[in-house]
Design a protein around this ligand. Sequence first.
Ligand code: ATP
Length: 243
Amino acid sequence: MAEPGSTEPTTILRAANIEAGYGRVQVLWGAGLQVQDNQSVVLLGANGAGKTTLLKVIVGLLPAWRGAVHLGPNEVTTWRTDRRVRRGMAYMSEIGVFPGLSIEENLRVGGQFIERSTLRHRIEEVYADFPDLAQRRGALAGSLSGGQRKMLGIAKALASSPRLLVMDEPSAGLSPLFVGQVIEVLSRFRAAGLAMLIAEQNVAFLDLADRVFTLDGGRIRFDGSVAELQADDGLHRTYFGLA
Ligand code: ATP
């Protein structure tokens, strides 16, 4: 915790020494990361590196075999997901939305833990950030284009007024044009000071990163700035190719 008057950043999320997997298959081998208040963190890793698994442990959808997750001052390692959401964590999975529900219904699901009296107001705030969605409130999420669906996924997560937005591969299934649009939207929330943890394999998302962790074989290999990542020849080759 920061001393009064100090400018020390507050850690909003800390995952440490996480071991986890599926059945008898271990995927994470002591992985950990931190997100500070107002910070945007990218967790970079190839297919199968364990990004989704680590996010699931962080949001409480998969138990940690070892290690601990802290949300602000609270250790939440054994908390159910809904309790973490009530304390300010929001999660956007790779799928992100319920295709069989309307835009409005998806937002209501996202904001389900918000007090009833303020939910309407919150949903209108979210619509103000996503005017295209506001125009089509009754449309089924399944009828939206891939890019719009991703926007709805972000809007749905934001409906809970999170302090920390955790996103699993927001680029999944999107053309480069839509990837650019998603990055643009997220950069607005970054500028507004929302703390974000974004798991990605697309290096374009490094534009949003105040800090980068790379995950490889279930272990964190690198923790630093984008400039430091680019300055490391080996990591540069791994993540940016030889070009
Ligand atoms: P991707 O970009 O493909 O989503 P990722 O970095 O998110 O990759 P994970 O989805 O966490 O990686 O997968 C890590 C490893 O765990 C992979 O070897 C994967 O096959 C395995 N795995 C993932 N889900 C399960 C599951 N439900 N049961 C068994 N193994 C799984």
